[in-house]
Design a binder for this molecule. Structure first.
Ligand code: ATP
Ligand code: MG
Length: 317
């Protein structure tokens, strides 16, 4: 449904999207994950025909963004990251405005708007002023607005940003419902865990380049084993020195990604292992060999957020 090949977009000297290729099948929920400034919004704006690419190809349902903008606009709903509400309108007037803008037949407008209000759970708020809505409600109104012309493909730019955990779950349910209705969704987020678990596939983008594309399970597999351990040393007068020596010794081991004394409490050494099954014995031996005395040894498991940060930096392949 969405095909991108070698897409490149520059703003002056900055390459915001850099030779990006990805493919999203019909009915998928594709999570487009990346840190601030990665190029997510720029890519989505190109797909929505709001920006012109400098090089490469992008198409939606077989329609090229350069040549078939009109067709794409009809079959695609784009929810920008900042919606720019019309604050002096009620929810109903706001949706009426977009129904008119999309030239929906007058006879069916009422039923269409009632349908999207119901789907987004905003029926009770139809007469509320747009400005009075909570963040969660206004994000749902953003989704309602892009559903007005019943598009096949939805591009949602950070629909869950700023939502509390409950509102995020509601957003997740809404997006899953849209997928069940047969729509194809491309959803951006800078936090992997925010929505990605409901995604059928994800792409991770960093500095305009795709660093990962595939299933979320595979992504979890790849980062498996990036384990963290805290070693607590017995207190001593020269603890700063001992901790520095021990951490330095551990960091020399190829299985150790990093080992550093905690900035606030030097008797704690924070260790992160390279991905893989290494066990802990070598660490204990390493501490002792460097002259450290272990008071406690605490495996902390795998920190997925950190692991994905490493993935976005291309550190984990
Ligand atoms: N109109 C513009 N003019 C100049 N530079 C731009 C413009 N739009 C985006 N950029 C730059 O392109 C890069 C990518 O921006 P983009 O908005 O696509 O990132 P993003 O992944 O959506 O980030 P965020 O998570 O912050 O929304 C950034 O460095 C940004 O400053
Ligand atoms: Mg953005």
């Amino acid at each position: 449904m969405i095909e991108i090949k070698g897409l490149t977009k520059r703003f002056g000297a900055l390459t915001a999207v850099d030779d990006l290729s990805l493919s999203i099948g019909a009915g998928e929920i594709f999570g487009f994950i990346g840190p601030n400034g990665a190029g997510k919004s720029t890519t989505m704006k190109i797909l929505a025909c709001l920006l012109k690419p400098d090089a490469g190809e992008a198409s939606v349902a077989g329609c090229d963004v350069r040549r078939h903008g009109d067709r794409i606009r009809r079959l695609l709903g784009y929810m920008p990251d900042f919606i720019g509400y019309y604050d002096d309108l009620t929810v109903d007037e706001y949706l009426q405005f977009f129904a008119a803008a999309f030239r929906l037949p007058r006879k069916t407008r009422r039923a269409t708007i009632d349908g999207v209000l119901e789907l987004t759970d905003l029926t009770d708020k139809r007469d509320a002023m747009v400005a009075s809505l909570s963040r969660g409600m206004s994000q749902r109104l953003g989704v309602a607005r892009v559903l007005i012309h019943d598009p096949k493909v939805l591009l949602l730019d950070e629909p869950a940003s700023g939502l509390d955990p409950r509102a995020r779950i509601e957003m997740r349910e809404l997006l899953s419902e849209l997928a069940r209705m047969g729509k194809t969704l491309m959803v951006s987020s800078h936090i992997l865990s925010e929505l990605a678990e409901m995604c059928s596939s994800i792409g991770i983008i960093e500095k305009g380049r795709l660093v990962y594309a595939g299933s979320i399970d595979e992504a979890y597999q790849r980062v498996k084993g990036a384990e963290r351990i805290v070693v607590r040393l017995e207190r001593a007068d020269d603890i700063d020195l001992v901790a520095t020596v021990v951490a330095g010794k551990l960091a020399e081991d190829a299985r150790v990604a990093s080992a550093k004394p905690d900035a606030d409490n030097p008797s704690l050494i924070r260790v992160e292992l390279e991905p893989g099954e290494h066990g802990h014995h070598f660490l204990i031996e390493g501490v002792v060999a460097a002259g450290g005395r272990i008071a406690a040894f605490e495996p902390k498991g795998v920190n997925l957020e950190d692991a994905f940060l490493r993935l976005t930096k291309g550190a984990v392949q």
